[in-house]
Design a protein around this ligand. Sequence first.
Ligand SMILES: Nc1nc2c(ncn2[C@@H]2O[C@H](COP(=O)(O)OP(=O)(O)OP(=O)(O)O)[C@@H](O)[C@H]2O)c(=O)[nH]1
Ligand SMILES: [Mg+2]
Length: 358
Amino acid sequence: MSKAISIIIPTYNERDNIVPLVERINHALSNYDYEIVFVDDNSSDGTADMVRTLSSKYPVKVIVRRNKRGLASAVVDGIKYATGQFVGVIDADLQHPPEVIPDLVREMRSGVDVAIASRYVKGGGCQGWGLIRRVISKGAIVLAHLLLPSTRPVKDPMSGFFMFNRKVVVDAYLEPTGFKILLEILMEGEVRNIAEVPYTFSIRSGGESKLNTRQQVDYLKHVYSLMKRKGELLRFIKFCAVGLSGVLVNMGLLWLLTEFAGLFYLLSAAVSIETSIISNFVLNNYFTFRDRRPSGVKSLFNYLVKFNLVSLAGLGLNMGVLWLLTEVFGIYYLLSNLCGIAMATLWNYLVNTWWTWK
Ligand SMILES: Nc1nc2c(ncn2[C@@H]2O[C@H](COP(=O)(O)OP(=O)(O)OP(=O)(O)O)[C@@H](O)[C@H]2O)c(=O)[nH]1
Ligand SMILES: [Mg+2]
């Protein structure tokens, strides 16, 4: 029999958290028709048995995966067993307070596709986090905002505590790597409206953390995979190709103006640089960032001014790196210049995707 709400809980060695967790969820959802689907990766501490002992008293079931590991993929498998129209996801270790679930349900009922319990909206936060964890958490969000532009409206796309309407994922092919299942759903699902409600991520109540540097590497792989799937990697490649065409324009014009128009070579260089910036702009506007190009002449001019400023700063960066590596580190100047070009390309891409064609 299908329920209105399903709560999916990925677990790996969380036995001691199961009873307080289920009790608190049951209390929070006492007025709702709900089920809890645990997805356990064959924990050695008896987590699955602990869930089974509760099944006569509470609407809980447990799926045990014997040959797979991974938080996000566990949630994907859980979705297959969840019957609710609204599907929630929450950690087992009580860092996500179950008392916030009714706030998520309220948002879902108001018609949003995804409701996120967020650490980064007003009223939200993290308890007991040191500087390093804060920086990593924020850094991960900035990276997603930079490289996956459709996540930008979401303050906490890394949250592991959220709810979504099942219809969002019916046609989606979810293949996350690592921990960030919400990111996968936001990028691959049919998501139009999103709400974020505040909550405070608290200290683990028991058991051990599964967070380690491997999760950070997995996260980078996940972002890369999403960039590939969503055409953002292709966009970057297009940007590089346009940059290369600019080099040709620049060199060709420098040669023509100096050799045939008799201009002093530094003056030819200035004209060539500006011309290549403009040709790069036109190509990027109608090719690389076609889907984000401005409408109207005024905003086109605005974009051009921004692109120009970014390019000139990029040029400065290129020269700076060239000077530093050659003079200070004694690296062969052509090699230093390659590093300078790589840095400037990254700079140009990131600032333009963030600021110009935002
Ligand atoms: N099924 C499954 N669940 C997992 C796996 N890794 C972590 N989990 C569960 O996912 C949830 C989040 O994992 P945590 O280790 O708490 O990660 P975290 O909350 O980011 O880190 P801490 O703040 O240190 O707890 C918990 O309920 C874990 O039991 C896994 O490989 N498989
Ligand atoms: Mg945790």
